[in-house]
Design a protein around this ligand. Structure first.
Ligand SMILES: [Zn+2]
Ligand SMILES: [Zn+2]
Ligand SMILES: [Zn+2]
Length: 290
């Protein structure tokens, strides 16, 4: 199929950011990476968000509404001008993943019943806490219930399945998303505490998946001296990469913390590249075909 056909009919996935909730540079941080990113805009990284685009249906969706939502929506619009935002899917109620919803209210976009796909726990959080409750009360957003594990069509060419994953549940449960297009399947998992605490076996789960974007918050368990890593558990990239050695699916890492050495050229990037894996960057896109 030609590229122009895909741009008219294809199902596309577009990565709009790749950093952990605080982005890069992170507020109040003067580490080498954050200082470098303040000097050089090319080194900045927006918080992770994924756009799903159905070119035939002329519609797009965002998985997660981040603090970088204004820039990310502009990027999506520039990439697919014929596909306006038709909804938002949320993973969980940590600040990097939903606070961009503020832009949907009366003060900014004043959207009319924009569908926001959420689990029951996430819906309860939004309904019972301001300012999110106001978005519901004024019908700027219309909450659409999702059942973990249940495939849900959002357009003729796109089916999403929320997949429950273990993650610090202060305010909500946490979902990863399986995204099925007509011919290819994509997995998006920005936050998980431990692969071993998950109901699924990672290798088996990914065997029918073509591309996976996985939690790459930390490269190793020793990169945050002075912080108790048990309070902010994430599977280190080194462990995940070893676990997935020989996997058939293409594996990229997202949700990178500002401390992650993969943000800079160096031996850690070489180590990952030698395993055929990569780190996600805003602007990367994949067609799931039609
Ligand atoms: Zn996060
Ligand atoms: Zn920093
Ligand atoms: Zn989180």
């Amino acid at each position: 199929m030609s590229e122009s056909n895909l741009e008219t009919n294809g199902i596309e996935v577009l990565l709009l950011g790749s950093a952990q909730d605080g982005g890069v540079p992170q507020a109040g941080c003067y580490c080498t990476t954050c200082m470098g990113a303040r000097r050089d805009p090319a080194q900045r990284r927006m918080v992770v968000s994924l756009a799903l685009i159905d070119h035939a249906a002329q519609a797009s969706w965002l998985i997660d509404a981040t603090p970088d939502f204004p820039t990310q929506l502009a990027m999506l619009t520039a990439h697919a001008p014929a596909c306006p935002l038709a909804g938002v899917l949320l993973t969980h109620a940590h600040i990097g993943h939903y606070t961009g919803l503020i832009n949907l209210g009366r003060e900014v976009m004043n959207t009319q019943a924009l569908p926001v796909y959420v689990t029951a726990a996430m819906a309860a959080f939004l309904i019972t806490n301001g300012p999110w409750s106001q978005l519901v009360a004024t019908s700027n957003i219309a909450l659409r219930p999702l059942m973990p594990g249940t495939p849900t069509p959002i357009s003729a060419g796109l089916t999403i399945t929320p997949v429950a994953v273990p993650h610090r549940a202060e305010y909500s449960d946490t979902m990863a998303y399986l995204v099925r297009g007509p011919q290819r399947t994509f997995f998006f998992c920005p936050d998980i505490d431990r692969w071993d605490q998950w109901d699924e076996n990672l290798v088996t789960f990914l065997s029918p998946v073509d591309v996976a974007l996985l939690d790459g918050t930390f490269y190793s368990n020793t990169e945050l001296p002075g912080r108790n890593m048990a309070e902010i558990p994430h599977p280190p990239v080194t462990e995940t990469a070893k676990r997935l050695a020989g996997a058939s699916c293409s594996v990229g890492f997202i949700h990178l913390n500002h401390s992650n050495p993969l943000l800079r050229d160096g031996p850690e990037r070489d180590w990952l590249a030698a395993r055929g894996m990569w780190i996600g960057s805003a602007g990367m896109s994949w067609f799931l075909h039609r």
